[in-house]
Design a protein around this ligand. Structure first.
Ligand code: GSH
Length: 239
């Protein structure tokens, strides 16, 4: 396979990136055992879809983890869900959509709208950017996310309702996981690597936001995230 470069947000909270979608893609690549180089790009507007992450392969830039992974499955022949039944694949798809299209909104809301998340983001940015830029950059990011999250719907609710909605996703996911090591048994599926992307930041970040605090009380879920974190070959090249 041609050289693969993965552009992601910088590492955070002991994770290889602060971006849930980058964590998902990197975990999939690690499990596939495909070599890649991770480069940091904290401005998503530089990506082909204006979102992070994206890849560069064969001189082409490709955005969106679903499209990227479909392409890499075709190129490499590795399919993480090859052993799953059609029904299991459908369940995996449904769980992934819940996490990506709903829990992701709650996560962004906690990072940019909740005061504890916002303060934590300010501290994180202060380690990455010159001091004079931090306040205006963060204010710009908050305006951007306030608009986006209002358009998507989540920011129209009270803080308490957003927290309940996020916790409902966490509870549903935990019930589906049950006592299994991964959702469909001994090997992670697409839904598991997506859960790693979405839930690991909530389990790891130090900010006291409601859904992240809740995740940290779910011992089984925290163990599950640690299990996925250790799963897969370390195929990453130097940053
Ligand atoms: N469907 C996309 C979603 C990517 C996405 O939402 N990325 C977030 C970071 S986790 C982003 O770039 N947000 C910046 C923005 O929306 O302006 C994928 O699968 O890659």
């Amino acid at each position: 396979m041609a050289d693969l470069v993965v552009y992601t947000f910088s590492p955070a909270w002991g994770l290889s990136s602060s971006s849930p979608f980058a964590l998902k893609l990197i975990k999939w690549l690690e499990i596939a055992g495909l070599p890649f180089q991770q480069k940091f790009a904290d401005n998503p507007s530089k990506g082909p879809k204006g979102k992070n992450p994206w890849i560069e392969v064969d001189g082409k830039r490709i955005g969106d983890t679903e499209i990227i992974i479909s392409l890499l499955i075709k190129q490499s022949g590795f399919d993480i869900e090859a052993e799953l039944s059609l029904e299991q694949k459908a369940i995996s798809h449904t769980i992934r959509r819940m996490l990506e299209e709903h829990l992701h909104q709650v996560l962004e809301w906690e990072l940019f709208m909740h005061p504890a998340g916002y303060t934590g983001m300010r501290e994180m940015l202060a380690t990455m950017a010159p001091a004079f830029i931090v306040a205006p950059l963060l204010a710009m990011m908050r305006r951007h996310f306030a608009k986006q999250l209002h358009a998507r719907g989540i920011a129209r609710h009270s803080d308490a309702v957003v927290a309940e909605k996020g916790k409902a996703d966490v509870d549903a996911f935990e019930a589906l996981l049950g006592r299994k090591p991964f959702l469909f048994g001994e090997h992670p599926s697409m839904a598991d690597v997506t859960a790693f992307g979405l839930i690991a930041p909530l389990a790891r970040w130090p900010m006291r936001t409601p859904v992240a605090d809740y995740v940290k009380t779910r011992a089984k879920l925290v163990d599950y995230i640690e299990r996925i974190d250790k799963f897969g070959a370390k195929a990453r090249g130097s940053a």
